[in-house]
Design a protein around this ligand. Structure first.
Ligand code: ADP
Ligand code: MG
Length: 269
């Protein structure tokens, strides 16, 4: 959608991969925190019924009165739906398991693919002056993920440095192409980020080689290493940037945020 927002409003990035456990939520939380640390105003929207991003940022299930479901259905005010996280400059729209029925409930809705798109383009959203909106997608190419792709300017794909990592990509690319054709012609691929990389493991290196050979510049230069501090942080309800600010994981997500910002600055220039 070429609208004024794409020039002046927040940059909306869907974080998607239909495989579970590849680092989508971890990337949403920590890239969000790293962008926020670098002075960007960030909104993270959790659209995974598992609500891991909400939990990882310390939003207790009992406090999730309004969620991304109400956001999509325009069933509550933005100031009721958007919650502040403990991280400065980082807000969140939480998710609950209620979202799991949305996929079916929304089928009959004429605007079913555009609900998030429309919610994010309401004037009240623009007034909040976010620089980035990151959408943490569920591990599926369902209607929720399609909503994210229709709403977004770009898709960021975490790719686990594991065997078969590249296998699911063609299906994901196909979905992106379909969304471009049907609803969002300007949807871009923001980039593919290798996650849980283990430099001592030949397999990780092989996946990186394959990815760079096949996908070229689409692959971010920054690689996210496997780092136990990254996996420990969510149980303390904070991004790894706060949990262990000097850890390799924190450094990697800071570098990813810088790379992303640099890209966007050079595009804007
Ligand atoms: P997804 O959202 O794609 O399902 P997650 O972000 O929840 O994936 O990650 C899956 C698991 O891997 C989680 O337990 C998470 O803590 C762990 N994890 C993710 N990234 C890293 C990393 N860089 N190092 C170590 N563990 C990680
Ligand atoms: Mg997740």
């Amino acid at each position: 959608m070429s609208d004024l927002l794409s020039a002046h409003g927040p940059r909306i990035v869907a974080i998607a991969n239909q495989k579970g456990g590849v680092g989508k939520t971890t990337t949403a939380i920590n890239l969000g925190a790293a962008l926020a640390e670098q002075g960007q105003r960030v909104l993270l929207i959790d659209i995974d019924p598992q609500g891991n991003a909400s939990t990882g940022l310390g939003v207790e299930p009992d406090d999730r009165t309004y969620t991304s479901y109400e956001l999509m259905l325009d069933d509550a005010q933005l100031d009721q739906i958007i919650m502040q996280s403990d991280v400065q400059n980082l807000d969140i729209v939480p998710a609950t398991v209620d979202l799991s029925s949305a996929d079916i409930e929304l089928i009959a809705n004429e605007k079913r693919s555009f609900l998030l798109h429309d919610a994010l383009r309401q004037p009240a959203m623009n007034d909040l002056n976010y620089d980035y909106i990151l959408i943490d997608c569920p591990p599926s190419l369902n209607l929720l993920t399609v909503n994210a792709m229709v709403a977004a300017h770009s898709v960021l794909v975490p790719l686990q440095s594991e065997f078969f990592a590249l296998e699911g990509l063609s299906q994901l690319m196909l979905t992106i192409r379909e969304v471009r054709q049907s609803a969002n012609p300007n949807l871009r691929i923001e980039g593919i980020v290798l996650t849980m990389y283990d430099s001592r493991n030949n397999l990780s290196q092989q996946v990186e080689e394959d990815a760079r050979e096949n996908l070229g510049d689409l692959v971010f230069r920054t690689i996210i290493p496997r780092n136990v501090r990254v996996s420990e942080a969510p149980s303390f309800s904070v991004p790894v940037l706060e949990f262990d600010t000097m850890s390799k994981g924190a450094a990697a997500y800071r570098a990813l945020a810088s790379e992303l910002l640099q890209k966007h600055e050079s595009v804007a220039a």
